[in-house]
Design a protein around this ligand. Structure first.
Ligand code: AKB
Length: 313
């Protein structure tokens, strides 16, 4: 029998695609999508949907009881760019929602959690290249601080109360189906839309700002894979580095130009530049490879081709 799943923040960039994938895998009726507001996305509304503010513990508990939910994917969060503008709001949203689900699991009201971490846990003193799982972190962004604190709490609830919480440090995610909102890596999605609409893009990051990135298809596969893993080597409570590709705006523009030679890029770095400068160029995911056999399928050229193909349609 399929167990019941709840997705918090289902209308966001990852949530939307995750909802679709989980419904394909577990059956539409077993996956309850929820968000603070509804979108008119037909796919999203093809199954159970609840308007739910994940910071409201009572409302959250009601939905969990009503649908007899066992697993929660907590995808509601404020990303790095927006979090710098609203630090207190970001901290409460990112931390309160995590405590709610961790405590529900501690009280045995749910049995499994997915909580996304990010490469934002790393900071300016972190080694830039092949960044290991564990090293100097010291993030300098509000979002990064909330993610690093969240990782610590996930570990704590796992070790102290046996909570089954699984996590990935997502790099910047690129998708043609959904738009990101408020992140530092958003340029890598915006650029495709502008390339098609205007043939030109003004990047808010400088040409040589190299960051770890991943195609959404890989990110969803990684998420489903860590959640399904029965491997005895899987470290529950730990947020794994996962890596796929790494590039800067100049290299991405070059790859787009191979398909669209007329494409022009210009640069006007804004406040997000310093956030990006504090993050690694690329991370080592050796632990994810060893512990639950992670392997990406998309690299720069395939990703660019796929994005342009779908967005053109
Ligand atoms: C952001 O840019 O804030 C996110 C992230 C890397 O977690 N995409």
């Amino acid at each position: 029998m399929h167990h019941k799943i709840l997705i918090l923040g289902a209308c966001g960039q990852i949530g939307t695609e995750l909802t679709i994938a989980l419904r394909e895998q577990h059956g539409v009726d077993n996956v309850v999508a929820s968000d603070i507001r509804a979108t008119d996305d037909a796919v999203m509304n093809a199954g159970p949907f609840e308007i739910l503010d994940a910071t409201d513990l009572h409302a959250l508990e009601d939905v969990i009881m009503h649908y007899e939910i066992e697993t929660v994917y907590l995808m509601a969060a404020m990303l790095s760019g927006t979090a710098e503008k609203f630090p207190m709001k970001a901290w409460s949203l990112n931390m309160d929602t995590l405590f709610h689900v961790l405590n529900l699991a501690k009280d045995k009201k749910i049995s499994k959690i997915f909580w996304p971490s990010s490469i934002a846990v790393f900071g300016p003193d972190t080694p830039k290249e092949n960044t290991p799982q564990l090293c100097i972190m010291a993030p300098s962004s509000v979002y990064g601080m909330s993610k690093l604190a969240g990782e610590g709490w996930c570990q704590y609830y796992h070790l102290k109360y046996g909570v089954d919480v699984r996590s990935l440090r997502y790099p910047g995610l690129i998708s043609w189906k959904t738009q990101p909102g408020g992140g530092t890596t958003d340029y890598a999605v915006d650029i495709f839309h502008k390339a098609i609409e205007d043939g030109a893009y003004e990047s808010f990051l400088s040409p040589e700002t190299t960051l770890p990135m991943m195609y959404m298809e890989d990110a969803i596969r990684a998420t489903l894979s860590i959640m399904e893993s029965e491997s005895s080597t899987l470290k529950k409570g730990m947020a794994y580095n996962v890596s796929a590709m790494s590039f800067n705006p100049q290299e991405l523009a070059h790859a787009i130009r191979k398909q669209r030679p007329e494409f022009q890029i210009s640069y006007a770095p804004d406040f997000r530049q310093s956030i990006a400068d504090s993050w690694p160029d690329n991370v080592s995911d050796i632990e994810a490879q060893k512990d639950w056999q992670w392997k990406p399928q998309f690299y720069l050229e395939d990703m660019v081709k796929d994005m342009l193909l779908h967005l053109n349609r």
